[in-house]
Design a protein around this ligand. Structure first.
Ligand code: HXC
Length: 511
């Protein structure tokens, strides 16, 4: 028996070496960890249960049946725990055929996808791979198709997270694109449908991998990636932090973690956060940090559309999604990018029972041809649609401007906001005083005195929270320093909210 056990150990040892020590050294030389090292960092120590370590490809073309068989076939799969909660994981092994996907490699991923969906737990993919295994042809393409199909079936049922940790092409960017979040590692990871060489051949465009699909591009311009980190270790530790915010599935409640931050805590510095001059900015991230438990905020898409801030925090230990206009950037205006960013986040929260807290200070939608030609109407409608269809608890605080359509969009009472508060500094109106007076008192434009008087009248009547409060559109005007307490109480009251939209096959959000 002893020698049989030893033989198993030898086989395991060989499998753990993947593409061999030389390729492992090359991987380390590029500043990257191996697939197994990554899994070790991601999961609780010793919790990883590996599957299919001895799976090999069955390709016989291009001499692949001779000496090119490597146990594991370029992907390490299994499950483990993150702070005690189950997650499924697959990590592409770049040392084996560049992590490329064969038929058998695909079957390993599919097995994990099916288990994650059946057993209702998040799935995390660590990508470092060159797409379809070229030697396998259509078998590899079919494998991707099966992976994509499962990405879609799992969407909205279990959280799916992709971490891009090396050069990724073809199917290894399309599968992540269908998951909930994509994270990248700076200067080491790239995402493109076709690489720089193909681009050069087809379009005669000379471009580096970083310029084409580096983290700097995807976290800012394309918004494909939700965040980037400096190295593998930081990225994986941050994934552990993210998992702590997420429920296991769409039928599970959000996780609850112990907190030492008193939910009744007042913060008097908030009484002076909004400047007296309505055109002066302030940092809404300061408000978020002062409201959520222990100031712990996991921001999503922090480098893209900075005029809106979205991310996860906790209140009384329960996860909440935060959406906040950022007056520091473009005065917090809603444009195409901000609308798309926030809409996707709101929909994620709604899929996974995460209550949404919205901080509103929005001067409106951004005017101009660039926005109109770019489809602002359709993209702005995405956010409107997302808030309107969301059935999770929605708590809204208007800190300053709530102008025009943007007021309606930002989780207003009219879109089934459950609890809508305003600070005394709130101004809820169709538009600001200057624009309004220039339109409705156009005949007085030549008379500065009259215009000043009309402006004052407009400001006194409309630029306050009280017209909305008189109608019940805001439930109460609150002191800024009690904001945390009032939100926590509202969310506690809403914990067992039940609301369902009419049955439909699926909706038809303006894409
Ligand atoms: C088989 C592959 C491979 C692939 C890389 N390798 N990609 N083997 N199929 N797709 C192998 C290499 O032969 C090499 O083997 C090892 O992996 C490392 O690759 P290098 O090129 O040396 O590494 P690097 O210079 O870092 O470049 C990485 C790369 C590049 C950018 C990923 O290899 C590349 O461009 N690969 C092809 C990408 C591609 O076009 N894939 C098909 C996409 S189509 P050795 O033995 O030397 O270690 C697709 C269809 C899906 O995916 C459909 C979706 C809708």
């Amino acid at each position: 028996m002893k020698h049989i056990i030893e033989a198993l150990d030898h086989r395991r040892e060989a499998a753990r070496l993947g593409g061999g020590q030389k390729r492992i050294d090359a991987q380390h030389g590029r500043g990257k960890l191996t697939a197994r090292e990554r899994i070790e960092l991601l999961l609780d120590h010793g919790s990883f249960e590996e599957f299919d370590m001895f799976v090999q490809h069955r390709c016989a073309d291009f001499g692949m049946d001779k000496d090119e068989k490597i146990p594991g076939d370029g992907v390490v799969t299994g499950w483990g725990t993150v702070n005690g909660r189950t997650v499924y994981v697959f990590a592409k092994d770049f040392t084996v055929f560049g992590g490329s996907l064969s038929d058998t490699h695909a079957q390993k991923i599919i097995k994990i996808q099916d288990m994650a969906l059946r057993n209702r737990a998040p799935i995390i993919g660590l990508f470092d791979a060159g797409g379809a295994r070229i030697q396998e042809g259509v078998a590899a393409l079919g494998g991707y198709g099966e992976v994509f199909q499962r990405n879609v079936l799992s969407s909205g049922v279990i959280p799916q997270i992709s971490v891009i940790m090396g050069p990724c092409a073809g199917g290894d960017v399309y599968s992540p694109a269908m998951t909930d979040f994509i994270f990248m590692v700076r200067d080491r990871s790239y995402m493109f449908v076709t690489g720089p060489e193909v681009v050069k051949t087809v379009t005669n465009e000379t471009v580096t991998a970083e310029e084409l699909g580096g983290a700097s591009v995807h976290t800012t311009k394309s918004s494909i990636a939700d965040r980037a980190y400096d190295n593998d270790v930081e990225a994986l530790l941050q994934m552990r932090r993210l998992i702590d915010f997420l429920p296991q599935s769409n039928t599970d409640p959000v996780p609850e973690w112990p907190t030492f931050d008193d939910s009744e805590r007042d913060d008097y510095s908030l009484d002076t956060l909004v400047p007296d001059n309505p055109n002066k900015p302030y940092d809404v991230k300061e408000l978020i940090a002062k409201v959520v438990d222990e100031g712990d905020f996991f921001e999503i898409q922090e480098a893209h559309a900075k005029n809106i801030v979205v991310g996860f925090g906790r209140m009384e230990g329960h996860t909440v999604g935060i959406v906040a206009n950022q007056p520091m950037v473009l005065a917090g205006v809603l444009d195409i990018d901000a609308s798309r960013k926030a809409a996707r986040f709101v929909r994620f929260c709604d899929c996974f029972n995460i209550p949404i807290v919205t901080f509103v200070d929005v001067p409106g939608f951004l005017p101009g041809t660039a926005q109109e030609y770019g489809g602002l109407i359709k993209h702005g409608a995405k956010l409107l649609y997302a808030y309107a269809e969301a059935t999770v608890p929605k708590v809204t605080i208007i800190t300053r401007k709530g102008f025009g359509g943007a007021y309606v969009v930002m989780a207003s009472k009219h879109l089934r906001g459950d609890v809508n508060y305003a600070w005394p500094s709130a101004q809820i109106a169709v538009m600001g005083a200057k624009g309004a007076v220039e339109i409705i008192f156009r005949q007085d434009l030549g008379d500065p005195e009259k215009i000043a008087q009309r402006t004052k009248e407009y400001e006194d009547r409309f630029l306050s929270p009280f017209v909305a409060a008189e109608r019940g559109y805001v439930d109460e005007v609150i002191h800024p320093h009690v904001t945390r307490k009032r939100i926590a109480r509202a969310l506690g009251m809403l914990r067992h909210k039940q609301l369902e939209n009419p049955w439909k096959k699926h909706d038809n959000i303006p894409l």
